[in-house]
Design a protein around this ligand. Structure first.
Ligand SMILES: [Zn+2]
Length: 215
C-alpha cells in the first residue's frame, strides 16, 4: 500500500514523501518533494550560518521545495532562546518570500513558536512534526486555522489530543524511523478517532495533496 509521509530523512521507493535535505543539500536534486531548514538544535549562531542561508534562499526557489524546515524551538538546544528566535525568524521570512509552508520542530517551547509566528504574521500552513504535546497545548494550537499536526509511531503513543484534532489537520510521518509501519500508525489513529482505516488514510492523502501538490 502507498502512503504519504510528510516528513522523513530517507528516500523511499513506495511512498510519496517530503524528504528533509537539511543535512545534505544535494539530496534535493533527487527529491520529488523536499524541505530544507536549520534545526533549532544547531550549535551555530545566525552569523555562522550566513552561507547556509544563502544556499537556503536559492533552494527555497526550487519548485520541488515544498516547505521550509524543520525549524523552530528546542528546550535542549545549546543556543539561547533569543539566538534560536533569530534563526527561526530568518526561516519564516524565507517561507513567506517564496510562499512555502513551515515544518516545525518544537520541544517544550510551544508558546515561543506561537509568539514568533504571530509576531511575523505567518498565515501559510504550519505543520508541527513528531507531535506529542498535551491536550491543553493542542486546544491552544487549534485556535490557529493554519496549524497542522503530524504524528510518528513514537509520538502517537499515549496520545490524548488526537480526538480533538479534525482529520483535515492530521498528517503522518516516518521522521528518523525508516522502518515506520504506516498501516499500523493509521490504524491506531482510526481506532482512537473511532472511525475506519480507509477514511483516515484517504483524509491524510488529501491533506498532503492540498498542501504540497498544488503547483
Ligand atoms: Zn526530522
Amino acid at each position: 500500500m502507498h502512503f504519504t509521509d510528510v516528513h522523513t530523512h530517507f528516500f523511499n521507493a513506495f511512498n510519496t514523501f517530503v524528504i528533509d535535505v537539511s543535512d545534505d543539500f544535494t539530496k534535493a536534486l533527487k527529491a520529488d518533494f523536499f524541505s530544507v531548514g536549520v534545526h533549532p538544535r544547531t550549535e551555530k549562531t545566525l552569523e555562522d550560518l550566513e552561507d547556509i542561508f544563502l544556499a537556503l534562499n536559492l533552494l527555497a526557489q526550487e519548485k520541488n521545495c515544498v516547505a521550509i524546515g524543520e525549524c523552530g524551538f528546542d528546550k535542549f538546544s545549546p543556543l539561547s532562546l533569543s539566538e534560536q528566535e533569530k534563526i527561526f525568524k530568518t526561516q519564516i521570512l524565507i517561507a513567506q518570500r517564496f510562499s512555502k509552508p513551515l515544518i516545525i520542530h518544537c520541544v517544550r517551547l510551544y508558546n515561543e513558536v506561537i509568539r514568533v509566528l504571530k509576531k511575523t504574521n505567518f498565515t501559510l500552513p504550519v505543520i508541527f512534526h513528531g507531535y506529542n504535546a498535551d491536550i491543553q497545548t493542542t486546544k491552544n494550537l487549534l485556535k490557529y486555522p493554519n496549524i497542522n499536526f503530524s504524528f510518528t509511531e513514537k509520538s502517537l503513543t499515549g496520545e490524548k489530543s488526537l480526538p480533538e484534532i479534525p482529520l483535515e489537520r492530521i498528517f503522518v510521518e516516518s521522521d528518523t524511523n525508516e522502518k515506520t509501519n504506516f498501516a499500523s500508525l493509521i490504524k491506531k489513529i482510526a481506532d482512537i478517532k473511532n472511525t475506519g482505516f480507509d477514511e483516515i488514510k484517504t483524509g491524510i492523502d488529501k491533506n498532503f495533496e492540498r498542501l504540497f501538490c498544488q503547483f
